[in-house]
Design a protein around this ligand. Structure first.
Ligand code: 5AD
Ligand code: SF4
Ligand code: FES
Length: 370
């Protein structure tokens, strides 16, 4: 089938594409074909969420991590990182700010830590956010792999959504990206547990990884379908010089533009294949091009995650190099992103928690309310 036939089929029905058709879309070159791909994906996103963008205020709660992922700038063995952890009051203050400023939801993210103290710390924050917002402010956690009891405890304390990227759906590639004690199967088990506990579940992958093929990326799409994922946050890999996977790499303009190219195509293909999930235009896209996040929205994403962490901590949360908004504060990012969104003719859904239409549909509720 030619490109326009594949795009027509994909627009009409979710899951319509075969793995080889998915791969052929992921393979399109920059130019007219890619413009057609993005246009088709944007049309599908408009079918489900109109010309609107949902916001999640991102709180980077701490950069200590027990894990040692080979690509990540805050991995345990990176001794150059100055570690920080916010106090409970600081996190609550940032969430209050977000609520006041019309962000319908926040994401609380940190490195991975498993301890009773950490579990209680997070639960206390969740209860305080539920208290001051009367349950209005949606809370997404992004705190890595935890025991099922911990996920249950946090759900009961008020968390509604959880983000846990699978990074790649290929167990073999996963093994090459992580030390031997990091388990692909445990991560899949965590995603299943979260789903069972009633969370809206988000996952995602990195694209443009060394050794990754278009076949791997096509399989990532099938993984999202099979795991019935509600929200997707994915972005291209950017080599970090202080990590095993990034050391010695130079970031040429050509490399960065190739990473952006594959990252945008992943968004478009996820939209065309899965239709009703929330997809974030992640911050890493802005590392690759000044208008990278806007490009992500025009390729089919419908969510932005403005950083609302106090400027003092931002430079310590460098998962990848050249992260944008390091010198800016929460108010500046709010203003800047609002202009970026209106600049491409989209509107921000202020004061709405912005549930994934996929989640609403599987709860038997097409209107989007939980
Ligand atoms: N480049 C791009 N994304 C990265 N992440 C971690 N390190 C990098 C990197 N070097 C992503 C991972 C992780 C998320 C928090 O950040 O996908 O799940
Ligand atoms: Fe820790 Fe996440 Fe970075 Fe892995 S990717 S080292 S789990 S912060
Ligand atoms: Fe942070 Fe533009 S989004 S300064």
């Amino acid at each position: 089938m030619d490109l326009s036939g594949i795009l027509k089929k994909a627009r009409e029905k979710r899951f319509a594409l075969t793995p080889s058709e998915i791969a052929s879309l992921l393979d399109v070159e920059a130019g007219a074909d890619r413009a057609d791909l993005f246009e088709a994906a944007y049309a599908v996103k408009c079918m489900y969420s109109g010309r609107n963008v949902s916001l999640r205020g991102l709180i980077e709660m701490g950069n200590a991590c027990a894990k040692n992922c080979l690509y990540c700038g805050i991995r345990r063995d990176n001794a150059k990182v100055e570690r920080f952890h916010l106090f409970e009051d600081q996190v609550v203050r940032m969430a209050e700010w977000a609520h006041r400023e019309g962000y319908g939801s926040v994401v609380i993210q940190s490195g991975e830590m498993e301890s009773d103290e950490h579990t209680e710390f997070v639960a206390a924050i969740l209860r305080r956010i539920a208290g001051f917002s009367g349950g209005e402010l949606g809370v997404t956690l992004s705190l890595g792999e935890q025991r099922e009891e911990v996920y249950r405890y946090w759900r009961e304390a008020g968390a509604r959504r959880y983000l846990l990227r699978i990074e790649t759906s290929s167990p073999e590639l996963y093994r090459r990206l992580h030390p031997p004690d990091h388990s692909f199967h445990r991560r899949v088990g965590c995603l299943r547990a979260l789903r069972k506990l009633g969370y809206q579940v988000g996952s995602g992958v990195m694209s443009g990884l060394p050794g990754q093929t278009v076949g791997h990326l096509a399989n990532d799409m099938l993984f999202f379908r099979d795991m019935d994922i509600d929200m997707i946050g994915m972005g291209p890999f950017v080599p970090h010089p202080d990590t095993p996977l990034g050391e010695g790499t130079t970031l040429s303009a050509r490399y960065l533009s190739e990473q952006l190219h594959i990252g945008l195509k992943m968004i478009a293909v996820a939209r065309l294949y899965l239709h009703d999930v929330n997809i974030a235009a992640t911050t890493v896209l802005q590392t690759l091009a000044p208008d990278g996040r806007e490009q992500g929205l025009l390729a089919g994403a419908n969510v932005l995650m403005p950083n609302i962490t106090d400027a003092a901590y931002r430079e310590k949360y460098m998962l990848y190099p050249n992260k944008p908004c390091i010198g800016e504060n929460a108010g500046q990012c709010r203003g800047c992103l609002s202009l970026r969104v209106t600049g491409i003719g989209e509107a921000i859904l202020w004061d709405q928690s912005g549930d994934s239409p996929h989640y609403a549909a599987r709860c038997g509720n097409r209107t989007g309310a939980v």
